[in-house]
Design a protein around this ligand. Sequence first.
Ligand code: SAH
Length: 303
Amino acid sequence: MEACNTYYYATRDPLGADGDFTTAPEISQMFGEIVGAALADCWMQAGKPADAIYAELGPGRGTLAADALRVMAQAGFQGDVHFVETSPVLRAQQQSRHPNAVWHDSLAEVPGVPLLLAANEFLDALPIRQTVDGIERRIEVIGGHLAYDRDGTIREDSPARKDAVRLLAERIAANGGAALLIDYGYPAAAPGDTLQAVHGHRFAHVLERPGEQDLTAHVDFGAVAEAAREAGALATALVTQGDWLIRLGIGRRADALIEAQPDRAVEIRAAAGRLCDGEEMGSLFKVIGIHSKDWPAPVGLTE
Ligand code: SAH
């Protein structure tokens, strides 16, 4: 999974109608604006520390950052912008919109200052492990095709995600800050196979076209919260994307955008529905906040 995704992201921009999948920030500016508003609110409540930076893991086309930073600037935030991105193709896209950003291969390289961090659909792209009866499930070549070496009741875990969250939480615990992690996933580990492949906006077989289709797995947010707490940070409750966006006022934001551009009313309402409705992204996608003891929890993330 790691090898496939490294190649996959390094060789293309997978987002949008011509790519393989579409993400929340690409659906509407309202998504990034609300993320920015939540981070700006944390920053203001923490006393507007001047050394705080905006950091993002896997920023894609840089759209979320553009929308979030516009709102954060209105609140007076002028901190530096740091992106953790391994794909040269996506780095180039990000650079065209954020010429002054600083890029890193890993969060370990980001300066030790207070973080205002966002990660949307980043953790799902990190590699998972699957086990059957406690034995790691492997992939073999059988008759010229890739195939699993065993089937049965599958359990998943992801040391790579755990490491990423631990590093993030250690940084936040040591230097202050708050993070919003948004992804599809579930509240606690349960048996099951969630590895999936998407190609041209359709589900595909995960062992087909290695490196040419998007491989993701659902995020175990229980493991995320545990890794954050073990590293000395605080983790909020897990809230569905739909509930969170509604709590933070996506309805009023949609009304304001429609008032400014009445001819886009249908499109703006449809986008809000796609982000919030239970049968669209609203329930499957979830939001968790991670923050230091001396910083407030991001708003809207209580039970
Ligand atoms: N957050 C964006 C893009 C999501 S796609 C959006 O919501 O539109 C996943 C992103 O994570 C891409 O930018 C991809 O290049 C990046 N990525 C995947 N694995 C990574 C890794 N191990 N380290 C850094 N970036 C990674």
